[in-house]
Structures are given as C-alpha cells and as structure tokens.
Design a protein around this ligand. Structure first.
Ligand code: ATP
Ligand code: MG
Ligand code: MG
Ligand code: MG
Length: 352
C-alpha cells in the first residue's frame, strides 16, 4: 500500500512564494511507486483548496494554485474525527511545507494534532517557540547557549515611549544592530542599522510585519549553519557556511539573486565543529523539537560561536541549505523526505 501524503503549501505568510517553490521540488522528488501525493493549497488570503491526486511532477507554481479546486475548511482534513469506523481517511501523513506565521508557528500543527493526523516536522510547542525570536532566545539563554545581546519591544511600548526605546537600544547594544520582526523568516522586515536615523526607519519597517520586534547587537562574523534530524535521538549534519555577496543575507540574496555562495562542508576546525554540533543538538532539545531544524550560527574571527536562531521548517528545495547539508552528510533529497515522513509516523505512533 502506498503512503498517502497530504502536501500543505502556500500559506498566509510573507513566505508564501518560497513555500510554492518548495512544494514543486518535493513533488518532483517523491517516489510515486511509494507515495500518493494529495496537494492542499493555502492561498495568501488563507483559503484552503484541495487539488486532485497528482500523477507526476508539475511544471509551474500556477498549476499548484487550484483556482478551480474544491475549497474546504481546514477541519475537512479530518477523516475519522466524528466517525468510529476503521477508515483511515485520505491521508497517512501531512507534510506542512509552510514557512513563517500561520504554518511554521504551531497553528497548523495544532490543527493537525486535534485532527489526530501524523505530520512532518516540529510539534506545536517547538514550532511556536521557534517562530518567536524573543521566546526562542529566552529559552536558549536559559539553556546556557551563547547568543548576542538583544532587546525587544511591542508596538504600544514604542508608540508610547519612542525616544526611550531608541535610547535603550543605543545604551544596551550600540551600532551596528539588527532590527527584526519577532515572528518571521527569510529576512523579511530585517534591517541593519548604523545610526539613529536608520534605527528609526528600521523600527517602522519591522513593525509593519509584527506587533513585536527584536533588536540584536550586530556581529561581524562568519555565518555557519547545520541541520538536525530526528525525534528523541537527533543527529547533526555537517556544517555549511553562507557567504552573502551583499551587506547581509537578506531576502533578495536568499531567493532572487542567487549570488550567495554556500560552502559545504564549512571550513572550520574539528573543535569548532564539535562545539557547533553540541550547540545545535542542545538547541533542538531546549525547544523540544522533532523531525528537523536548521540551526544558524555566527562564528567570530576570535573563534567565538553564537547561536542566532533555529528554523523549524527551513528552506527545503534541493538547493536550500538544509537538504544540501544532508546530501553532504550522505542523505540524498528523496531519502531525506522519506526519513521525515517516517519520523512523523513514528512520533505519532509513540503518542497513541
Ligand atoms: P531565515 O529564517 O530565512 O534564516 P530570518 O528572517 O529568521 O531568516 P535571521 O536568520 O535572524 O533572519 O537573520 C537574517 C540574516 O541577517 C542573517 O543570516 C545574517 O546575515 C544577518 N543577521 C541577523 N542577525 C544578525 C546579527 N545579530 N549580527 C550580524 N548579522 C546578523
Ligand atoms: Mg529564521
Ligand atoms: Mg525561517
Ligand atoms: Mg536565519
């Protein structure tokens, strides 16, 4: 019997487009002898549309948007919720290929928990804690993981005491600093600031995307990433380095210019790698992750390693860092997908 995979992609998030590219790639890589693919598209407005079972790869993102498809409330994914029959329903596992809010942040995961469906990747807690950079950093701090200094504000604090907020950033962090929406990814809404006027612009920009923002001390450092895979016995991939040709690894560099070099394995020492691996696993456990994460680090010239963040649903095309890291570790893309599906089913079985 084939495994029926419900592929959830698109999503109501600034990372919608990224998710569409990923969905195309995953569809192409899934072995149709083993898997049945059932696409479920989430529009940018948040509408769910179920497409027909796929018979093979698609050639464009447009084909995956199903404007004529059957609109359904998300709960319609639940086959047996209100039945006591034996029918397992249309899906054996859901693969939420969603980045950012309303997908990577525990909301969809919560729905899938309620529907009692196995799903790939992190659970509710890890997803939501990992999406909010402030909560994530607080948890990492508590776990003793080294990080750059940070402060954070909600919009009302900034509106009521605007100058005091800037003063605090200058006093506690200085320049350069990075201003980020607390809940996003793909560098959307992030600015690097060198002075007060840039800081003011950056606050405004970040608050367009979120009611909460985080400001971090800017470090001049190499950017090293590693993938973690597993449930209760997580394993770490080789490390990779990102070398952006621009000021920092912004949205354009990630998805538009393709001008960024990925060096895998990263040229770091044995000692640096083992420290990084231990930190990646520690971060995975601190957030109670399962399935996968990509952990992002800064390595300074002095050899000091800081964790920047983890991504609970990292970029996942065959050219994205996470799959490439595993390829170099010995796990090819189709195998990686299979592993994730199996980890999802295994975790679900353990909960029952
Ligand atoms: P993604 O989820 O796609 O990895 P993100 O939106 O969560 O991205 P970050 O990874 O936090 O954003 O930051 C994006 C990029 O900005 C980093 O890869 C790095 O180039 C730069 N950057 C972020 N924070 C700092 C910092 N404190 N010091 C120096 N550079 C930074
Ligand atoms: Mg991120
Ligand atoms: Mg991300
Ligand atoms: Mg990052």
């Amino acid at each position: 019997m084939k495994t029926k995979v419900g592929l959830l992609y698109g999503g109501k998030s600034a990372e919608h487009k990224v998710s569409m590219q990923t969905a195309m790639a995953v569809i192409k890589a899934l072995d149709l002898e083993e898997f049945e693919i059932h696409p479920i598209y989430i529009s940018e407005e948040g509408q769910w549309v179920k497409g027909p079972q796929l018979q093979g790869p698609v050639s464009s993102v447009k084909e995956l948007e199903f404007s004529q498809g059957e609109a359904l409330p998300p709960t319609a994914l639940a086959p047996t919720l209100f039945q006591d029959g034996q029918d397992k329903g249309p899906f054996d596992v859901i693969f939420p290929l969603l980045h950012g809010p309303n997908g990577e942040d525990g909301t969809v995961q919560g729905l899938l928990e309620l529907l009692n469906l196995p799903y790939v990747g992190n659970g509710v807690l890890a997803s939501s804690a990992g999406m909010d950079k402030v909560i994530m950093k607080n948890i990492f701090a508590q776990a003793g993981l080294p990080q750059v200094k940070y402060v954070w504000f909600i919009r009302s604090e900034w509106e009521n005491e605007t100058e005091a907020a800037y003063d605090q950033v200058e006093r506690e962090l200085g320049y350069p600093c990075f201003v980020k929406p607390a809940n996003l990814g793909s560098s959307v809404g992030i600015s690097k600031c060198m002075n007060r006027s840039e800081l003011e612009g950056a606050f405004k920009e970040a608050f367009q995307f979120d009611r909460k923002i985080i400001i971090e001390e800017g470090v001049s450092a190499r950017e090293i990433e590693a993938g973690v895979l597993g449930n209760d016995y997580p394993e770490c991939s080789v490390a990779g380095e990102i070398v952006p040709k621009v000021e920092f690894y912004d949205y354009k560099a990630k998805y538009e210019d393709g001008d960024t070099a990925l060096i895998i394995p990263a040229e770091i020492s044995e000692i640096e790698y083992s420290e990084l691996r231990d930190m990646a696993i520690k971060a995975f456990k601190a957030l109670d992750c399962s399935g996968l994460v990509r952990a992002d680090f800064f390595l300074t010239r002095e050899g000091k390693l800081y964790i920047n963040e983890v991504n609970t649903m990292p970029g996942f095309t065959p050219f994205s860092m996470f799959p490439l890291l595993w390829k170099h570790t010995g796990v090819e893309y189709p195998q990686l997908i299979e592993k994730l599906v199996n980890l999802a089913i295994e975790r679900h079985a353990e909960k029952q």
